[in-house]
Unconditional design. Structure first.
Length: 119
């Protein structure tokens, strides 16, 4: 009887550890989805600003410049979404592609890119 109790306890304990691992993986996946969607939204906003302004480099500096008040909501949205992307960096490649890189919660570097609509 004691042996059966110990086996049942071990199986129950293993099951609880499995559920804990599953919950941790769901949390990691949730964070990854939030970061990916935030990055995509930021890239779309910057691409739209670049299209509106006619210059991709000016779009990157727009929210820190004197014209910030004209589109304060857009700049606030960008700032709010960038809070989810730790150690982020935005650059424009020679082909006019916006590239956003950041680190996830495990320290892995992730990146997303979007071609500018400027021709």
């Amino acid at each position: 009887m004691l042996l059966e109790y110990l086996i049942a306890s071990a199986i129950g304990f293993a099951g609880m550890l499995g559920i804990l691992q599953f919950a941790a993986e769901i949390t990691t996946l949730h964070q990854h989805i939030i970061q990916t969607h935030a990055a995509a939204a930021v890239l779309r906003e910057w691409s739209a600003l670049a299209h509106m302004m006619g210059d991709a480099h000016a779009a990157l500096d727009f929210c820190s410049g004197p014209l910030r008040s004209q589109l304060a909501d857009t700049c606030q949205t960008l700032a709010d979404r960038l809070k989810h992307l730790f150690d982020h960096r935005v650059e424009i490649t020679s082909g006019g592609v916006f590239r956003l890189t950041w680190r996830d919660t495990h320290g892995h570097q992730l990146s997303a890119q979007l071609a500018s609509t400027l021709h």
